[in-house]
Design a protein around this ligand. Structure first.
Ligand code: PLP
Length: 482
């Protein structure tokens, strides 16, 4: 149970992504003041104010949480209150696929705000209908699809599960251990890792299984093909043991996101689809992180040639300019409700401002060819990161697809011990590494011992080279400090 041991170790790394250390050394105020002068006519200690009045999510302790105060963004860069710029190498939380202050987005949001910001979800809305049609066209189903809108990814997963339960009349749901599906009570129950623990016992009926992780196989396999076969055999056993006639749905990130950017070995997703077909289980792909070009396609399922029954989405649908999420539901399931009650919804379901941002984002993705761009960025990212791996022994593995890469840091390559784990100082090591990167002008999201490289799809080649140089410096510093 190597994987379980690993999860145990991860406890010490809770919220290890952000640092606890000294204030960043920054250059003095610069001219990066466009558009926020109203807020900044006086000198305010924003950090103190933030700590005093805001509970910051996912932090190891509010008092010591010390991160930059971000006040504006432009393209692939964000800027803090002192004018220091940071290359946004993770698109925030893998969300701002178009980068920041994209003129088309700003205009679309402003136009919609002038027209109407809110339409009750039970009424029809022109812009909501428009986005629904465009999303259905992006989906993989020849039969078409309808969108069930929410305000974020967690709600999307919860609503997808409720819909699956209603349609199948079954109640159990399968989800992978190494997964994150959101932070609300139901979505946290679906979540396989430690972010579930604080919410337990959660909602009934959720059962977890192990999915492949070739670099740290939970099945003791030696190669990707063996890992896929063993993981599928394990899943089949779990399904049988849980009584397939009670299982409504299986929820899966087609590429594991915040738990390490793990690309499943060939054949695994197709095998999961086959198991679901055999037992009448609905397959839900959680594409909250992987959707809208991140992997070089509208949805990651497309890259693996696997079609789910529902796709949950958020983040990239509006490039995170306005909160929105939802589930794309294949037409044959959506039409189930044509003559039956559909008993769910939210005040903000299909919020017009978000819908307008969604339409604009999809237009920008298409006109600027950004899904294709992400696909072509794959080689640049892989080459650059592997070049770093050849220089730094602390990189155990570089893996990814499209514009979505993980760099797994280890104590040493032979043991593959996760960086910092053996001494129980993983959170501090990662926190220090991320601070070191910020000193070098790069913001990146890292969790446990994996750094997530997911730049805005508009990032330039030169900016990527800049990022590699900063990573090189931070890895050098990391190596020297161990
Ligand atoms: N699903 C996945 C795969 C995610 O990565 C996330 C958030 O990072 C969520 C769901 C939850 O989305 P939200 O934070 O919008 O609720």
């Amino acid at each position: 149970m190597r994987a379980l041991r690993l999860f145990g170790l991860q406890r010490s790394l809770l919220a290890g992504s952000e640092g606890l250390g000294p204030h960043l050394q920054r250059a003095g105020p610069r001219s990066a003041t466009k558009g926020w002068s109203m807020l900044h006519t006086t000198t305010v200690d924003w950090k103190t104010k933030h700590r005093r009045y805001v509970l910051t999510p996912w932090s190891a302790g509010q008092a010591a949480h010390d991160v930059p105060v971000i006040v504006r963004g432009e393209g692939s860069r964000i800027y803090d209150a002192d004018g220091q710029g940071y290359l946004d190498l993770s698109s925030g939380l893998v969300a701002a696929n178009l980068g920041h202050a994209h003129p088309r987005m700003v205009a679309a949001i402003a136009n919609q705000a002038q027209r109407i910001c809110y339409v009750a979800p039970g009424l029809f809305s022109d812009v909501r209908a428009e986005l629904g049609e465009r999303l259905a066209a992006l989906g993989p189903w020849p039969e078409g699809a309808r969108a069930l809108f929410t305000a974020g990814g967690a709600e999307a997963n919860e609503d997808a599960v409720k819909l699956a339960r209603a349609v199948t009349g079954r109640f159990k749901v399968l989800a992978a251990y190494r997964s994150f599906h959101g932070s609300t009570l139901g979505a946290a129950t679906l979540t396989g890792e430690m972010r579930r623990w604080a919410n337990e016992p959660g909602v009934p009926g959720v059962v977890h299984f192990f999915a492949p992780y070739p670099y740290r196989s939970p099945f003791g396999s030696l190669d990707a093909a063996g890992e896929s076969a063993r993981a599928l055999a394990h899943l089949e056993e779990v399904i049988s043991a849980e009584n397939p006639r009670n299982i409504a749905a299986l929820v899966l990130e087609p590429i594991v996101g915040s738990n390490g950017v793990i690309v499943y070995p060939e054949g695994y997703l197709a095998g999961v689809r086959a198991h679901c077909d055999r037992f009448g289980i609905l397959l839900i792909f959680d594409e909250v992180m992987t959707g809208f070009g991140r992997t070089g396609a509208a949805f990651a399922g497309e890259r693996f040639g696997v079609v789910p029954d529902l796709i949950t989405f958020a983040k990239g649908v509006t490039s995170a300019y306005v909160p929105m999420g939802g589930a794309l539901v294949r037409e044959s399931l959506a039409s189930y409700f044509d003559r039956r009650p559909f008993d769910q919804g939210h005040t903000y379901s299909g919020h017009p401002l978000a819908a307008a941002a969604g339409v604009a984002a999809l237009e920008a993705y298409r006109e600027e060819g950004l899904f294709e761009r992400a696909r072509s960025m794959e080689t640049h990212l892989r080459t650059g990161l592997q070049r770093l791996a050849s220089r730094h022994a602390s990189i155990g593995e570089v893996r990814g697809i499209g514009a979505f890469f993980g760099v797994e840091l280890v104590e040493d390559r032979a043991s593959r011990a996760p960086l910092g784990f053996s001494r129980g100082d993983g959170a501090e090591v990662m926190g220090g590494f991320l601070r070191s990167l910020r000193r070098r002008g790069v913001y990146v999201f890292g969790r446990f011992n994996v750094v997530c490289i997911a730049p805005p799809l508009v990032v330039t080649g030169q900016e990527l080279e800049e990022a590699f140089t900063s990573l090189d410096g931070a890895l050098e510093e990391l190596g020297a400090s161990r």
